[in-house]
Design a protein around this ligand. Structure first.
Ligand code: DC
Length: 232
């Protein structure tokens, strides 16, 4: 991995419902660079496990399943997309069975090695904004731009509940709060690449900020650097 491929990587990490996804997508659109949602890949693997009836806490079974999975990556409207065994999994990635199991898939070191390799390869497509949990710490430790987005737990639960009400017709803040706490615990205490603030990352607490404010902060910083350096 050369520094060249990392010269225009904007790494955005943080816990779920920190505002990361919306901010990353919008920042990429404004910067006119590719957007990569790394969590979607962990969710994709989880979707396959659920579909095949594989127990996600059985690492050996998951690793065996992963070895027989065909991934194809492509870019559509500056967004990295993929198929799994020829199927587009997008509509299933946010479903309840996937949501509740994905953190278990993401603790398996072999799964992480596979995903990190694929994620690094995406930089060959060109400049990008990538969001996740370990982008600035593991995937692109030399990324030129690193952000860590966070928000108070109650605010994150409120946002996620609103999202669920829109997509699934119901979302209870208390229930979401405990589900997020459970996932945060798995994500931040796992042995391989736990959720952490990457070295050199700028921390933004998005509680009380609008999406536009966070996006503008990131885009203006990146553009200012671009204007004064050879980053293009
Ligand atoms: O960002 P998300 O909610 O789509 O992430 C889904 C799960 O995948 C979550 O449990 C954390 C995990 N994940 C990870 O471990 N590393 C990443 N780079 C991205 C996601």
């Amino acid at each position: 991995m050369s520094n060249n491929t990392e010269s225009f990587v904007v790494a955005i990490d943080g816990p779920s419902a920190s505002g990361k996804s919306t901010v990353s997508r919008e920042a990429a659109r404004k910067l006119q660079v590719m957007y990569v949602d790394s969590g979607a890949m962990y969710r994709g693997m989880t979707w396959k496990a659920v579909r095949e009836g594989v127990d996600v806490t059985d690492a050996d079974a998951v690793i065996e399943l992963m070895a027989s999975t065909e991934w194809e990556f492509f870019i559509e409207d500056l967004v990295l997309k993929f198929t799994i065994d020829g199927e587009d999994p997008t509509d299933h990635l946010r479903s309840e069975p996937v949501r509740e199991r994905v953190a278990n898939i993401a603790v398996i070191p072999e799964v992480r090695v596979f995903m990190v390799d694929r994620l690094r390869e995406t930089a060959e497509f060109g400049p990008l904004v990538m969001e996740g949990r370990d982008i600035g710490s593991v995937v692109f430790p030399d990324a030129r731009f690193k952000y860590y987005l966070d928000a108070d737990p109650e605010e994150r639960a409120r946002r996620r509940a609103l999202e669920l009400q829109e997509t699934e017709g119901s979302g209870d803040v208390e229930q979401v709060l405990s589900s997020l706490a459970r996932r945060d615990k798995i994500d931040s205490t796992r042995k391989t690449a736990p959720l952490q603030i990457p070295l050199g990352a700028k921390v933004i607490n998005t509680t009380g900020m609008t999406i536009d404010e966070v996006v503008d902060l990131i885009v203006s910083e990146v553009n200012a650097e671009r204007a004064t350096s050879s980053v293009s």
